[in-house]
Structure formats: structure tokens, C-alpha cells
Design a protein around this ligand. Sequence first.
Ligand SMILES: C[S@@+](CC[C@H](N)C(=O)[O-])C[C@H]1O[C@@H](n2cnc3c(N)ncnc32)[C@H](O)[C@@H]1O
Length: 392
Amino acid sequence: MGSPLPGPAPSDTMPAMPAVLQIDVVSIFPAYLAPLDLSLIGKARSDGLIDVRVHDLRDFTHDRHRTVDDTPYGGGAGMVMQPEPWARALEHVVGQRGSAASARPRLLVPGPGGVPFTQAMARELAAEPWLAFACGRYEGIDERVYEFAQEDLGLEVTVVSLGDYVVNGGEVAVLAIVEALARLVPGVIGNAASLVEESHQDGLLEYPLYTKPRHWRGRVVPEVLLSGDHAAIADWRHRQRLARTADRRPDLLHASSAGADVDVRVATAGDLPELLTLLYAAGTPTTMESLREGLSSSTTWLARRAGRLLGAIRVEARGDTLWLAAPALVPDLDGDDLARRLLDVAQQTAVSGIRQLVVDSPRASAVRARTYRQAGYRLGGGHWVKRCSRHE
Ligand SMILES: C[S@@+](CC[C@H](N)C(=O)[O-])C[C@H]1O[C@@H](n2cnc3c(N)ncnc32)[C@H](O)[C@@H]1O
């Protein structure tokens, strides 16, 4: 009854091999899934690593017009996918492996109201033995289908979103999700090492990539990459990842840099009264007006735990120098760990072109001076200075 993609993939009727990741996709546009026969996924299918089976939802209708949709109860624009064809299609998918309760696919339903699809979810799904996708069209699928899948078929159902926008159907989401998870299935990517430093693998974006020729249209490859100095290359790449993440996706950086219980975010106007109080408590009083001015000329990072403001650091790029105000902490904090974290967060905002970081704090306490030294700063010219890698 299914409609397998053309090509060498196993057909709908072949028994599943336990080690193979089976992926069933139900759609009213089976042809939309044809790209799953190309490139690495196509090869993984012909190599027997992934078994993709595409089913036409209309094959599970019983009227002359193969109807799958109807008008919404309660009124409103658009059409809703009827439950019965979906129930029959899902029963067929589940029935492929007989009635054993353990043999059940995990059902993924693409939808803009779902949990966001991430690399972490791709890893999770790549470890599943069997996945099924239900591609909605029109305004979506009758809500009772989700209940039926869970309660009557015993499936774990996850509504998954590609992002905060609306596309016309779930098929494009399935293409993206299957691409992302299939390349994590052992054996699909020849060189597994290439997965290690990719964007999102550890919460950071990837470093810039270069290939031959070395000189191209007046542009050169960064010298460090030609140096053969593996430690320097690794250091440069790590810094590039941090800087790129800070520049393009600061939301990722907070999570990867600040620790699980401390939330580090950029201050906004609404934070200023609290920040003013913190600065007084930390022994660095200022005025509301000056804080307000600072918001436009610099960035202030705030560290909170359970909502409480614990610390702040102000950062301002001038030319090739990133100027940091001394981290301000609430006085009851034990030790200087948070100061070190704030220094690290500030450093991560150093985009390429920054040659040095300077902390404007000549009269640091002994504890704070040790923190600066441990973070790689040296006292010079009345400031704590940290030079960026010579290759940057
Ligand atoms: C036009 S959309 C329906 C949108 C729905 N009425 C809503 O407002 O949430 C039709 C189908 O496209 C798919 N779709 C749309 N946006 C999506 C997204 N961001 N992520 C995953 N699937 C999406 C879903 O399968 C959905 O059922």
C-alpha cells in the first residue's frame, strides 16, 4: 500500500532489519520526498543503513475523490485533515512489524507549534530504531489523530517545529529533519571526525573555512592556518567559534559559557534600576543617567541566578581594543568565580580585529588580581591587559 521512493531502497513489503533505522513518512505528496534518494541519504539507503518508506495518505481513503480534508468545526479559514485516513495510514505503518508491543515507531508530526528541532534532537532521533513522520497540509491534522496515535497505537508523539515561521506542509520539515539525523547514524558519513567540530555540536557555531588557492581575488587565507602549528590553529579556531557565536547567535553563547545555574544576558533599559543598586553594593557607584548613556555606547552583561542579579561587566570595543570595566559582584558572593565567568563572556564577544582586552581596574584586590592573572591578564601601564593570539 505504501509508495516507496524510486531507487534501490527496500520496498514497503520487505521485512525490516533490526540494525537499520526505519523511517516511514506519510504524505499527500510522496514525490516531495524524492530528494531522500539523493546524495548521502540515498547512499545510506542503498548501503542498507536507513530504510525510508514513503506512504501516500490518499491510499488510505475510501471515496472516489480520495478526500483527506474537510472544513473546520467552529468555522474559520482553510481546511483540516480528516482523522480517518490518518488512522488507517498510521495503523498500516505500525502494522508493518506485526503486533509486538515493543516494535513501535516514534511518531513525529511537523508543525510550527511544536518543540524546536535542534541538533540535540537530531542526535536523539538518530539513536531510535524506527521513526514515523506525519506530514500535515492545509491548516493541519484533526487533533484527535494525536490522541489516537498515543492512546490506541501506543506511540510516543512529538510535534516538532522547523522554526518560527509557517511553511505549506510537513514534507520540507521531514527533508530537513531526516538530513540532520541521518548523517549522525553511524556509517552514513565516511569521516565521522567531520561531525565533531560542526556548528551546534557543542553549542557553538563553526569556525571560518578556507581551501585552495591561498591567494584569491585579493584575499588571503589567515596565516595561522598555513603555520603547521596545530595548537595555534586549534586556539585560533576556538576563538573564531566563540567570536562568531557571540556575533551571530549570542543566545547560544550564554548557555554554553555561563554554567547551568547562572544566566548571563545583555542588560536592557529595564535592568538599570537593579544594576544601579548592584554597582552601589559593589562599591562602584554611578548614576542612572550614566548607565543609560552606557547602554548605547557599550554592552553590559548581567549574571543572574534564580532571577537574582549577582554580577555585571561592561564591555566596549574601541579600535582594536576591547575595554572591560572591572566585573561588579554582589558583596556576599563567596570567591571570584563569577568574575572569571564574566571576563570569559566578555572575551567571547571579541570579534575578529580585536588585538587586546584591557580591564580598567588598576587597584584590584588581591583576590581579583589573582582572577585576572588566571584569566591570562597581566598588569601593565596601570591596566590589566590580555593580548589576543598573534594570528588574529
Ligand atoms: C500551513 S501549515 C499549518 C499551520 C497551522 N495552521 C498553524 O497555524 O500552526 C501546514 C503544515 O505545514 C507544516 N508546517 C508549517 N510550518 C512548519 C514549521 N515551522 N515546522 C514544521 N512544520 C511546519 C505542518 O505540517 C503543518 O501542518
